[in-house]
Design a protein around this ligand. Sequence first.
Ligand code: GAL
Length: 643
Amino acid sequence: MTLKRTLGTCYYPEHWPEEMWAEDARRMADLGLTWVRIGEFAWSKLEPAPGDLRFDWLERAMDVLQGAGLKVVLGTPTATPPRWMLDRHPDMLAVDVEGRPRGFGSRRHYCFSHDGYRAESVRITTLLAGRFGGRVEAWQTDNEYGCHDTIYSYSDAARRAFRDWLAQRYQSPDALNRAWGNVFWSMDYDSFDQVNLPNLTVTEPNPAHALDFRRFSSEQVARFNAAQVAAIRKHSDAPISHNYMGRIVEFDHFALGAQMEIATWDSYPLGFLEDRLEETPEHKRHYARQGDPDFQAFHHDLYRAVAAQFPEGDTPRWWVMEQQPGPVNWAPSNPAPAPGMVRLWTWEAFAHGAECVSYFRWRQAPFAQEQYHAGLLRPDSVEAEGFAEAAEVARELADAPEVEIAQAPVALVFDYASAWAWAVQPQGQGCDYFRLVFEIYRGLRKLGLSVDILPPDTARLHGYALVLVPGLITLTDTLMGALQTTSAQVILGPRTNAKTANLSIPVPLPPALPGLDVTVSRVETLRPDMPVAMEGAGHVTLWREQLEGGADVIDRDAEGQPVTMRAGNLTYLGGWPDPDLLRHLLLGACAEAGIPTIDLPPDIRVRQAGTTRFVFNHGPGPVTFEGATLPPAGVVRQTTGAA
Ligand code: GAL
């Protein structure tokens, strides 16, 4: 399967005098852009007072943009409810964990559970879809659900909705008491109306209570989004998307992926490096102008999987809706990208199967919160550094062959609910599910492997030679069944199938996998400065399990305790591997699975797309790889034999 790739940008016509629009549109088209996203924060200009609709300016902006040959993605403006909305719905604000309402004056200040606000969001979406549904080429719902820590709200509206949700789930307070184990500390309830949200408790709340609140909160997002999707579909056949944000795991993106044709995400490699990674200061310094070599790739692969949840169409459609084009403004420090990196990031997305990469934003805004956030243009409309790199990609796309998409040899299962379970009950500082999965992803990439990410309920392991299921707290029956029948090498653990759906320890003890006689008899967590050395390479860090059972012991630590045990093609890993232990395990598994690996230089990453191999230099200096020297930010595209 091959794919036509396009470029785009994010534009805010409401920020600029109307006289500038035509010139902007012409320059976008000349640059070789196909898409322009507009409208997602424009509510106060579309409806300055309740019911006072001013859509004409948006219509004129579309006339200009589409007249220049651009396609429009129209965003629903619901991430920025205008000030008058608070007068209509004073209790619509989300409430933080300390019980304080989150204030007006930035964005995302609504509670997903507020019925009145959800109705307003459907109302404005319906009006926009009615007016523009026939002419826009794509939609975006809202903007970055979950950004700025906005999934959990401890409002009255959330409390009411949570009680309702519990009543439906458990049917009786007794059933809820049993499921949560409320006999512990006399936490039993007589009625659902006694159950509060799991904040402001004296010490930690019951983890089952906290996990249910996370499940509920995730479903509220899905419900909010579904209402907009339904409103759009009444008036428009154009595909619908949402722009997810990096390392936001508080709601189930797969559930939203099932609702919409296109999954998109917002890629800010330098901001993420500073802001969202546990890496060492040396690592962050080394990649300060390049971004982490695996973080973007992980999300590309993740959103390909999210897009694949949409039931119609056989090619997962995913984009980068916002691509960093220069310095951002929101991380602890905000360096400029090294020359060539904007181009590299763009090509990397295409190599992973992106359909479109859209730069955020067209022109840097000289006012309000993001004044120091680069655009493709400077505030004075002169081309900024990123512009030339976007232009270069546009030229390259014009004569580059299409990118193929093919199944990878390795599958890595990712599960949002496991992220919540680990967060509710980490058992030790630093024990974070995303971190574990991402470190394993990095380990795979360092060996030159291309990876498909799969959702937790997948039955489709066919065609994979190696499957990894780290930290997946409760295996679904579907995945359990698929793991029983696959001929792939499978690595499970640590903490895989460790809990029941109510976050209790199951008996028989975990991981309770048919065909693999391994029992986790004890769990301990380790201070970061007390890694346990292996007999061979590397260490167990952070999370350590004591393993018993009749399966073969493959690796032991220096104290003689089993760390990996195996039966047939199933291997259980009873600890958090450091990079050296991980490399040893992956090399062994790849050898068993017959997957060739490459010893990549640290800054090099490769991605196989069908019969094409892309090679990227993420480092600050030139790197010699397979006899050729790649300059910094170098991108090489090679035709290889097979995938
Ligand atoms: C994104 C957001 C944009 C803009 C950008 C700045 O998170 O969707 O609206 O704020 O960050 O980097």
